[in-house]
Design a protein around this ligand. Sequence first.
Ligand SMILES: [Zn+2]
Length: 106
Amino acid sequence: MDTFIVDPIYHIDMVKKLYTNSELIRAQRSSINNRDHLMRSVSCGCYSCETIMLANSITDWKLEDDGGMTAICPFCGRETIIGDSGMPMKKIFLQEMKKFWTEYCK
Ligand SMILES: [Zn+2]
């Protein structure tokens, strides 16, 4: 494992929500069948364990029914990895994703 991209830790309840629900829903879609996306990303993040890592540190993939590949987090084993889409992966983004999807899935 190489260097990690360090981002300041924010407490999500103390800051205004930075992302819209539609952005968070769109981001969730990119955690499925995301091999091509991750091949184009430098960093990626897991919104289950909120770890930011280099995209090339993903080594486990789940084969989907349609033949696509979904990244598996090397830290928590969940399929909740999102590539950086050309923007630096931020801890606050992962925190908002986690909060949104935890509440949404209740
Ligand atoms: Zn994880």
